[in-house]
Design a protein around this ligand. Sequence first.
Ligand SMILES: [Zn+2]
Length: 124
Amino acid sequence: MKDDDYKDKLTDAAYKVCRLAATEQPFSGIYNDHWQQGTYHCACCDQPLFSSESKFNAGCGWPSFFAAIETQVAYKSDSSHLMQRVEIQCEHCQSHLGHVFDDGPKPSGKRYCVNSLSLKFQPE
Ligand SMILES: [Zn+2]
């Protein structure tokens, strides 16, 4: 699918985040304070990306995970906004998810900081 094709599938706000790598406002997303058991899927292609088991409260205003489901997430160096960060994308459709940082809890030490708009939750 081309980026344009997602315009029909996604809301305007989700399109900007998923296909144009925008960032939703902190504390605005529906999954920031969401603790149900289940799996977070890609909003664009429905692939499972994160398990509720790896979600933790980072207090940063975005849903945060200490691990992604293996092989489901791609990593890309991102030097926009005068910062050196690692962007995370859906491995299957290259949808923008957010960024991964090295200040997460042990043992992974990772914090996958993800936009709610990039995700679609499926309860267990
Ligand atoms: Zn995807």
